[in-house]
Design a protein around this ligand. Structure first.
Ligand SMILES: Nc1nc2c(c(=O)[nH]1)N[C@H]1C(S)=C(S)[C@@H](COP(=O)(O)OP(=O)(O)OC[C@H]3O[C@@H](n4cnc5c(N)ncnc54)[C@H](O)[C@@H]3O)O[C@H]1N2
Ligand code: MOO
Length: 426
C-alpha cells in the first residue's frame, strides 16, 4: 500500500529529478546482475567433512535405498504377528538376539521372538517390533498382552530415500542439514564450485585501522572489517585486502593488480562526484566496462558494477551503512551469480510499520529496521529510526533487515504494509 500525502521539502539536491533520471532502478540493477554474472572457475571434489558453505556443482543422488534394510525403530522384540492366534495373552520363546550392526542369523517363525535393538535388521519372518516396555520378560520367554499391528516399529528399506533419488540439486549452498542428507545418501565426497576469489580495496585518505592511531580529521575503518566478516561467513576466498589513498595512479595500479588475481574486486568509497573520488576514473582507465553506475536508492546511490578484464568490479559507497546495504542487495546477488548459487536470495515479505513515516520521495529507500513483535492479526511489526542515515552504524547491530519504501512514497501511516528484506547472516 502506497499513500501519497505530499509534504513540503527542499531536499538536499541529490534527489533532483534530472539527476534521478540518470540512475536505474534497484530491480533493473538486480536484473542486470542476474543476466550477466555466470558461475566462474572449475569445480572440485571435496570431502563431506569440509563441504559446509560450498555450492554444489552437481546434484547429489542416493547411492542406495535409505534405510538400506528394514530395521527396528525401538529396543524390544521382533515377532511374526500371524503367529499370535486366539485372544491372547501370548507367551513367546526368545530364540535370537540381534544388536545393531549385525545381520539377523535366525528367522522368526511361529510363536517365537527375537530380542532386537534400535537400528538392527529385522529377522526374516518378523513383521513387527514390540517395545520392551510393553512386554513382560521372564527368563527365555516374553508375555505379550496386546496384539501389535503388522509393521509396528519397523523402518522400511527405502522409506527415507529411494535408490538413485535426487537428494540435493546443484546450486545449493551446503548447510548442516544438507550435509546430513548427503551422509545418509552415502555421498562422502561432493562436487562443488571452487571458492570465489575476492579482493577488497578500501579507499580514503582519512581512513585508519579501527582502534589504531588516528589524527583529528581521520576516522576508523568500518568497511574493511565489516565486509571481511561478510566474506568469511559466505566462505569466499579473500586473496587480497588493502587500503588505498585517494590518488588516481595508485588506484589504477592497485585495482589492476587485484583484477588480475580475483574473480570479484570490491572497492569502498571514492565513487561519488567530487574531485577526490578516483575509483571510477581508475576503473575506466583500466578499460573497465560498466554494467551500471548509480541506482535510484537511498542509501547507496553511487553503487556501481562493471568488469575489468575477466574480473567483476563492485564499487560500494564509502558511507558504511550505504556500503552494507548495497553489499546485501547487489553484492550478494553478484556472489550468487558468480558461484552458481540457486536458491540463496532472501525472501522478501510484508510487515507492518510501527510508526508513521514522512520522507522525501525520489529514490527507493532501503531503511534498516528491527522486528518488534506481532500485531493483533499476527502480522510482524517493524520499528525503525525516523530517517535513513547512511553514515550511522550504531543502529546496525539491532537491525534484522531492510524496509523498502517505494520511490514515490512520501508518507505512510502507522500500521502500513511494507516490503521487508531480511539480512542474511553475512
Ligand atoms: N556532490 C555530491 N556529493 C555526494 C553525492 C552526490 O550525489 N553529489 N552523493 C553522496 C552519497 S549519496 C554518498 S553515498 C557518498 C558516496 O561517496 P563515496 O562513495 O565517494 O565515498 P567517500 O566520499 O569516499 O566517503 C563517504 C563517507 O564515508 C566515509 N567512509 C569512507 N570509507 C570509510 C570506511 N572504510 N569506514 C568508515 N567510513 C568511511 C567517508 O569518510 C565519508 O564520510 O557521497 C555523497 N556525496
Ligand atoms: O546514497 Mo548515500 O548512501 O545516501 O549516503
Amino acid at each position: 500500500m502506497t499513500i501519497h500525502l505530499s509534504i513540503a521539502s527542499q531536499g538536499c539536491g541529490c534527489d533532483r529529478q534530472d539527476m534521478i533520471h540518470s540512475l536505474i532502478t534497484m530491480d533493473e540493477a538486480i536484473a542486470r546482475i542476474a543476466a550477466h554474472a555466470a558461475p566462474v572457475g572449475r569445480t572440485e571434489a571435496v570431502a563431506l567433512d569440509s563441504a559446509v558453505g560450498r555450492i554444489l556443482a552437481q546434484s547429489v543422488r542416493s547411492r542406495s535405498m535409505v534405510p538400506a534394510f528394514d530395521n527396528a525403530a525401538m529396543d524390544g522384540y521382533a515377532i511374526a504377528t500371524s503367529a499370535l492366534t486366539g485372544p491372547g495373552p501370548w507367551v513367546l520363546q526368545v530364540v535370537a538376539r540381534v544388536p545393531a550392526g549385525q545381520e539377523a542369523k535366525t528367522s522368526v517363525a511361529g510363536a517365537v521372538a527375537a530380542r532386537i535393538f534400535t537400528g538392527a535388521p529385522i529377522p526374516d519372518g518378523a513383521d513387527a517390533v514390540v517395545m520392551q516396555e510393553d512386554v513382560l520378560r521372564d527368563g527365555d520367554v516374553i508375555h505379550l498382552t496386546r496384539r501389535p499391528a503388522p509393521g509396528l516399529n519397523i523402518r522400511l528399506a527405502g522409506s527415507d530415500m529411494a535408490k538413485g533419488a535426487t537428494i540435493l540439486d546443484k546450486g545449493k549452498r551446503l548447510g548442516p542439514r544438507d550435509i546430513a542428507a548427503c551422509a545418509a545418501a552415502g555421498a562422502g565426497v561432493v562436487r562443488v564450485r571452487r571458492k570465489l576469489r575476492v579482493a577488497l580495496l578500501v579507499t580514503g585518505d582519512e581512513v585508519r585501522r579501527a582502534g589504531g592511531v588516528r589524527e583529528a580529521a581521520q576516522i576508523w575503518d568500518v568497511n574493511r572489517p565489516m565486509l571481511s566478516a561478510s566474506f568469511a561467513e559466505l566462505g569466499l576466498d579473500i586473496v587480497v585486502s588493502a587500503h588505498a589513498a585517494d590518488s588516481l595512479p595508485g588506484l589504477v595500479r592497485q585495482l589492476g593488480n587485484m583484477a588480475a588475481q580475483a574473480d570479484l574486486v570490491i572497492t569502498t568509497g571514492g565513487i561519488s562526484v567530487g574531485e577526490e573520488d578516483h575509483v571510477k576514473p581508475a576503473f575506466l582507465k583500466l578499460g573497465g566496462e560498466t554494467l551500471f553506475s548509480g541506482v535510484a536508492i537511498k542509501p547507496g546511490k553511487p553503487v556501481s558494477v562493471g568488469r575489468i578484464g575477466k574480473a567483476y568490479w563492485l564499487g560500494l559507497p564509502g558511507n558504511p551503512v550505504a556500503a552494507f546495504v548495497t553489499w546485501q542487495v547487489f553484492g550478494m546477488a553478484l556472489v550468487r551469480g558468480l558461484t552458481g548459487e540457486v536458491a540463496g536470495a532472501p525472501t522478501r515479505r510484508h510487515v507492518v510499520t510501527e510508526a508513521a513515516i514522512y520522507r522525501k520521495p525520489g529514490r527507493c529507500e532501503l531503511r534498516p529496521v528491527s522486528l518488534a513483535g506481532f500485531d493483533a492479526q499476527g502480522r510482524e511489526i517493524i520499528s525503525f529510526e525516523d530517517a535513513t542515515h547512511s553514515a550511522r552504524v550504531g543502529c546496525l547491530p539491532l537491525a534484522d533487515g531492510l524496509m523498502f519504501l517505494p520511490a514515490d512514497t512520501d508518507s505512510l501511516p502507522a500500521g502500513a504494509l511494507v516490503e521487508f528484506h531480511p539480512f542474511s547472516q553475512s
